[in-house]
Design a protein around this ligand. Structure first.
Ligand code: 6AU
Length: 252
């Protein structure tokens, strides 16, 4: 389905906003900026920003995080028109997740457009979190299906995740998943574990190619080491952008 058609069936405003960015920049790439210093993080955002729809952060792996860093990233995001996804993988009682989102030194609520949460904690906790994230126009991504070998996200788990997303559709932007699954059609699918060559790392990660991910129904590919460990990350990001977009065009 064309992104412009999918925009019409999505209910979540952040999902619509994101697909408009995807369409206008002709990129379905999310960069997993898994770097250890704020300088590297800001540099990646600045140089690769024009080629991505989303920048994904892992705030706790930044060794020198200081208050205000999130807002600096946000300014770069506005300049290059991409969203920021904090890959915090919340998984606790509602009250704790709200504190993690609003009250830590990382000040996630001030800068993140998207945050992910494990459905395993159940609907009431996620609803409580969603009522707070939505006040900052931050969308939720439910981790319905993981990329790693031996994970526990089976068909029943995915089915229960879609039931939860449907119930919370005004707050849920989409799923982290390998591709579509029954009930996922009205939400975005963002897929991690993507590399130009399929394979594994030796720590459980399993890679699909951009073409396999997109043909499996993924809307956005999430790429980390494939880009950031390349000799020329900018050139490699452009390769992934092209591969992801070509794969999308092939679907139509
Ligand atoms: O491309 P990589 O393997 O270097 O990085 C993949 C990125 C990492 C993971 O923390 C994240 O994607 N990820 C996620 C997310 C985004 O939630 C879920 C998952 O199942 N697998 C996965 O790799 O930053």
């Amino acid at each position: 389905m064309k992104y412009s058609e999918k925009i019409k069936i999505l209910k979540n405003p952040i999902a619509k906003k994101l697909l408009k960015i995807v369409e206008s920049k002709q990129t379905n790439l999310c960069l997993a900026a898994d770097v250890h210093t704020s300088v590297e993080l800001l540099n990646l955002a600045e140089t690769i920003g024009p080629h991505i729809a989303v920048l994904k952060t892992h705030l706790e792996i930044t060794e020198d995080w200081t208050p205000g860093l999130g807002e600096k990233l946000k300014a770069i995001a506005q300049k290059h028109n991409f969203l920021i996804f904090e890959d915090r993988k919340l998984a606790d009682i509602g009250n704790t997740m709200i504190m993690q989102y609003e009250n830590s030194v990382f000040e996630i609520s001030k800068w993140a457009d998207l945050i992910n949460v494990h459905p395993v904690v159940g609907l009431p906790s996620i609803k409580a979190l969603a009522e707070r994230t939505s006040t900052n126009n931050c969308g939720l991504l439910l981790l319905a299906e993981l990329s790693v070998a031996g994970n526990l996200t089976d068909e029943t788990y995915k089915q229960k995740s879609t039931a939860m997303a449907t119930e919370l559709s005004e707050y849920v932007t989409g799923f982290i998943a390998r591709g579509t699954f029954p009930g996922s059609e009205n939400f975005l699918i963002m897929t991690p574990g993507v590399k130009l060559e399929a394979g594994t790392d030796n720590k459980g990660q399993q890679y699909l190619t951009p073409a396999t991910a997109i043909s499996g129904g993924s809307d956005l590919i999430i790429v980390g080491r494939g880009i950031i460990q390349a000799a020329d990350p900018l050139a490699m990001a452009i390769e992934y952008k092209k591969a992801g977009w070509q794969a999308h065009l092939k679907q139509m």
